[in-house]
Design a protein around this ligand. Structure first.
Ligand code: HEC
Length: 90
């Protein structure tokens, strides 16, 4: 698995999965239902991490993701980006 950030190794895959579970509430809608937020599975890890950093710094995005992204450290962002990138697209 390609690590996006230098500190990605600080989180285990189980920890990354647990963090990602909070994202899936919005990003993994029931099949056949309207999509509330874009699916993240199979997205390029570097792009995901950069988008999350831009949310965190307030450079980009809506209020929802800006507020959320503030709660994550650099290591957590890298682990989330790697976890989503490694999931198959559905
Ligand atoms: C409360 C619902 C909600 C939760 C929880 C949530 N998101 Fe989002 N997310 C959104 C919405 C709505 C958008 C699209 C609007 C925007 O850009 O803010 C979005 C957009 C994104 C995008 C940009 C997607 C694209 O293709 O441009 C990324 C990346 C993202 N979220 C990552 C995450 C991650 C990682 C988590 C968990 C840490 C998370 N989100 C949790 C609602 C949510």
């Amino acid at each position: 698995m390609a690590a996006v950030g230098a500190h990605a190794a600080a989180l285990t895959s189980g920890q990354a999965r647990a963090l990602a579970a909070t994202c899936l509430t919005c990003h993994n809608p029931v099949r056949g239902q309207p999509t509330f937020a874009p699916r993240l599975e199979g997205t390029d890890a570097t792009r995901l991490a950069n988008v999350l950093r831009a949310y965190r710094s307030g450079e980009h995005g809506s209020l929802v993701m800006r507020q959320l992204a503030r709660g994550y450290t650099e290591a957590e962002i890298a682990a989330l980006a790697d976890w989503f990138a490694a999931q198959p697209r559905r």
